[in-house]
Write a protein that binds this ligand. Sequence first.
Ligand code: GUN
Length: 293
Amino acid sequence: MILLDGKKISAEIKNEIKKDVDSYIKKGYRQPHLVAILVGNDPASTFYVKSKMKSCAQVGFKSTNLNFESNISEERLLEEIKKLNNDEKVDGFIVQLPLPEHINVNKVLAAIDPEKDIDGFHPFNLGRLILGMDTFVPATPLGILEMMKRYNIDTKGKDVVILGRSNIVGKPLAISLVQKQYPGNATVTIVHSKTENLNVKLRNADILVAAIGMPGFVKENMVKEDAVVIDVGINRVEDKTKKSGYRIVGDVDFENVASKCSFISPVPGGVGLMTVVSLLLNTLKAYKNRYGI
Ligand code: GUN
């Protein structure tokens, strides 16, 4: 079993980004600038935004966090997005999800300038993804693809089963992995809460991606011998031995599944770190596009 070490490869990628940024600064360009909009104070969202800001600093990006009260009106949020769209000094921005219920998430995402849409959630960019055109691939799928590349995981002709049909992970990853490219050329199945004979389908997976947000859901009997298992889950479970009172676990019962796998990504230390680094890659891409460099 080989561990898909997100800590190691995300650090490698950050070094590569930093070198790139340093070379642009030397040539007289300004720093790449990422802005994150956070509505409300959900602890998980606050943590994610903080770690995105911290990673920006590590690679020499400027970052700004715009934090709004959870009762901000949809109209006001759309105005803020318009300002960022028009701000020459902003290369890319994200609206951290989920948003409060009174805000129409699709309307908000569609208001983002596709050229600054570093999350790749705008319908225009998702359309380009389906068509196999150059685009901002959403950060978690992009991180998984990069992880596959760096470990030379063979995807051609393989049965990939993705557990979870979210717009952020399951659907864009499925689209990417059927494209005529590497990683891709796979036979992809998305399974979800209404899927019949779930275990049979999961056991058929050469590559299993778990993205449903249920701690330890994937058990040993659901995984084929020598499968590649990629765990996207970031779940908090109570742990009184920790100062915080909780610990983070994935969607896979790692302890019992790991020995069966050819490759497996741990939680923490796996896909989560790749997601953050992919957002940096998308920001750098937006910055380069802006200057034609
Ligand atoms: N919420 C959970 N994952 C993500 C992500 O990748 N981007 C944003 N904006 N919100 C999220």
